[in-house]
Ligand binder design. Structure first.
Ligand SMILES: [Zn+2]
Length: 661
């Protein structure tokens, strides 16, 4: 029965935000640091040209990011209940210096802005705590208490933010919580602010339609692999240093405390919907299916203030997130921003978001919104223009350059998303992965292709010699391709792995995108040092497990069924939640698992479990043996048949290889 201890890797997606979960907790540190490699001449020259292209003397963002600063907490770190570090907001103090050779100066600048932490006054009545997590939390003065927008990822960081607010602004109760969207950095810390008892006594929780299902379902079926890839994207294993993790563009890092969720009580389901929350009028724009599946922005006439949520940001966001996710539609995204412009542009005095710093003044706000609108539209439309001329996914990024009118604005730079991978995403949205070239219909897998490639290139020594030449010339991209073939052909060739690691390191130093930098540097680290033998992070939170609809739970079991092992083991099982009497018939047929909700079969054994038992099991709080002993699990029929059923479900490994076969 132990095989049934399914780890529901509810990929607590920060998806867009994609900071997927708090997985990989507290691993940040020098445990897996790189080689301390110096930046090459080519990197220094390329980074200088970025600095030359942009107006680095323009300090307006620094003024805005520091405007209204009131105070911060003195400790520099936020701890969890066990004393472990939940968030190290002081860990980026080294970034106060000018950009080193080992960082793209534009990304470094973004990190200098994102690292600023503490309580900031947006206007009288609206305050933000920034830099205490990947995202911002906003406190709006209601008639009776704080209306809190987007309570960070974990209860620890949200509680620290509330503590700071109460200390500086006087203690007031939390009167309402708003989740702008279904990514975990916008709701996960809610239990640091309120409990279910507060909700029972009238505290409202406001969210967009589809919120609850999307929070648990957006990436549940693919969650394990996304979490592992997210450890690369957020640089969770890298040290914070000039040669290591310097942020991720959207914010600096993800916190590693305890996430949770409290279900919403007020649902926003249309644009134009108005609600009065604790005496404050809010007018909503629903923005489904752009940055997140469920999201809204809102306007508050009282302050002429607009909440951008995460639709409008001071970075190019991800139309595809490199940790892996379904792609997002730039056309829709752009249209939502245009809607904000024509509905509220000339009525807005201040615009604030769930990441980065606010914008004050109508002219600056409209220019910012228009710039963001044009950015997503340009990438979407020009990708299709080029695709219709026959350009393919790998050619379009070379041909698509943003006009200066878009590209020179700092808020349109690719600190998180990049033009390159976003253009590919828009191609994928319409055409899928295949470029139409028959050579790409059925190529060999990476190991076989690697062996052939090395053979055709005259052997490993030749490839190494050529790659070294390219490395010395500062030409990294094809050298990375060639050496990747060599590493796949000869995984034990550590010289090849080390040279590829050096190349990735230089590519990381070049990257303007924090996500790309973290991918390159994490790959380099694992090539040099191998995968650390760390415990599997627990990415499930009890609240999320509890919110998981039963049908989705069965879908998750289905994608964890070992097909070959199950292929000749056709069988049926009744599954009953004993206290709610929810039931389903599970059918294994030819290595596939089907569920029929509400059905049962008299001839099949029955697995009875209480709903709290199921939560405990999936959250790994109790084993099935313990649950049987306490009476939460009962089996009617042959227990061995039930065991045989669950033995076919397997838990995927977390620390799989990414840069080696
Ligand atoms: Zn976010």
């Amino acid at each position: 029965m132990r095989a049934f201890i399914l780890w529901i890797g509810i990929c607590l997606t920060l998806a867009a935000c994609e900071a997927k979960n708090t997985e990989v907790p507290a691993l940040t540190g020098p445990v897996n640091s790189g080689a301390g490699l110096a930046a090459s001449d080519a990197v220094r020259a390329a980074n200088q040209s970025v600095a030359d292209y942009l107006d680095m003397d323009d300090r307006r963002d620094f003024e805005a990011a520091q405007r209204g600063f009131m105070a911060t907490l003195p400790e520099g770190i936020i701890k969890d209940a066990d004393g472990a570090v939940a968030y190290d907001y002081g860990g980026y103090d080294f970034m106060i210096k000018d950009a080193p050779d080992t960082a793209n100066p534009s990304l470094w600048r973004q990190g200098q802005l994102n690292r600023l932490h503490g309580l900031f006054k947006v206007v009288d009545g609206i305050y933000q705590v920034r830099g205490f997590d990947l995202s911002n939390v906003t406190f709006i003065e209601g008639e009776t208490g704080w209306i809190v927008v987007d309570p960070l990822i974990t209860r620890e960081t949200a509680a620290a933010a509330l503590e700071l607010v109460n200390k500086e602004l006087g203690k007031r109760p939390v009167s309402a919580v708003i989740y702008t969207h279904s990514h975990i950095d916008h709701y996960g810390g809610v239990r640091g602010l309120i409990s279910e008892d507060d909700v029972a006594s009238g505290v409202e929780v406001i969210a967009p339609i589809g919120f609850t299902r999307e929070t648990v379902s957006e990436n549940v079926l693919a969650g394990n692999a996304m979490s592992r890839r997210a450890s690369y994207m957020f640089g969770s294993l890298l040290p914070k240093s000039p040669e290591g993790q310097i942020g991720v563009g959207l914010g600096q890092a993800i916190s590693s405390g305890l996430p949770g969720m409290i279900a919403p009580t007020i649902i926003i389901d249309r644009t134009g919907q108005t609600e009065v929350i604790d005496g404050v009028e809010m007018d909503f724009i629903l923005t489904l299916g752009a940055e997140a599946p469920a999201e809204f922005m809102f306007y508050m006439p009282k302050w002429k203030a607009f909440c951008q949520a995460e639709i409008i940001n001071r970075t190019l966001h991800n139309m595809y997130t490199p940790r892996g996710a379904k792609v997002r539609d730039g056309r829709l995204w752009s249209q939502y921003i245009d809607q904000a412009i024509y509905m509220y542009g000339d009525k807005t005095d201040v615009s604030f978001g769930s990441h980065h710093w606010p914008t004050w003044g109508s002219d600056a706000i409209i220019a910012f919104w228009e710039g963001q609108r044009d950015l997503y539209r340009y990438i979407h439309d020009q990708t299709l223009r080029l695709a219709n001329q026959g350009y393919t996914m790998h050619e379009i990024p070379q041909a698509l350059n943003l006009p200066d009118g878009i590209a020179k604005s700092f808020y349109n730079r690719g600190y998180y998303g990049t033009v390159s991978h976003n253009a590919k995403a828009q191609y994928q949205l319409y055409f899928g992965y295949f470029d139409g070239n028959p050579a790409n219909l059925d190529p060999l897998g990476p190991v076989e292709a690697g062996k052939k490639f090395i053979d055709y290139m005259g052997g490993a020594d030749n490839v190494m010699a050529k790659a070294r030449q390219d490395y010395d010339r500062g030409e990294y991209r094809f050298a990375a391709t060639a050496l990747n073939h060599l590493v796949y052909a000869q995984p034990g060739n550590q010289d090849a792995a080390n040279l590829l690691a050096d190349i990735y390191t230089q590519m990381g130093y070049l990257a303007e995108s924090g996500s790309w930098r973290n991918f390159y540097l994490s790959g380099a680290s694992e090539l040099r040092n191998g995968i650390l033998n760390l415990p599997t992070p627990n990415t499930s939170s009890v609240d999320m497990v509890r919110a998981l609809p039963l049908d989705l739970f069965f879908d998750l079991m289905a994608v964890r069924l070992n097909g070959p092992k199950a292929a000749k083991k056709d069988r049926k099982l009744n599954f009953v939640i004993s206290d709610t009497n929810e039931k389903a018939l599970l059918i294994i047929s030819n290595g596939t698992l089907h569920h029929r909700m509400g059905h049962s079969d008299d001839d099949a054994p029955t697995f009875n479990i209480t709903s709290e038992g199921l939560v405990a099991l999936n959250a790994k709080q109790k084993t099935s043996g313990e649950l049987m002993k306490e009476g939460s699990v009962k089996i009617d029929g042959n227990p061995l048949a039930v065991k045989g059923f669950f033995d076919l479900i397997e838990e995927p490994p977390f620390w799989f290889e990414i840069v080696r076969p």
